[in-house]
Write a protein that binds this ligand. Sequence first.
Ligand SMILES: [Mg+2]
Length: 139
Amino acid sequence: MNAFRNAMPKILLVEDNEMNRDMLSRRLQRKGYQVVLAVDGKSGVEMARTQAPDLVLMDMSLPVLDGWEATRRLKADAATQHIPVIALTAHAMSSDCEKALEAGCDDYDTKPVELRRLLGKIEAILSGGGMASGGESAS
Ligand SMILES: [Mg+2]
């Protein structure tokens, strides 16, 4: 990790499944991340505005507003469009992954989460080198 970066990047985890949410947030905290939580897509969009996280981990299958629509709203809002979003898709279905990128997600990972793989994607994006699809600023 880059020592000059914020020592504790803040991750917003949007996940409706309590067990997944608890487990993933605990494991991310143990790795040194500050974690804030939202339980549906609508509160995820609101939390992104109020908490200004460094990155969003977005489950796609969410109540109220699904992850695709929540991501579209984040990417349509000047206040939040710069925040990278990693989609968490329940299946390794390529259509879900494509849909996530089309909605504006910067990368995706499939559930069940394999922590080391996900951490690699998080760190790549936070260090500015991991955009899967044309991000506006690479540096
Ligand atoms: Mg879900």
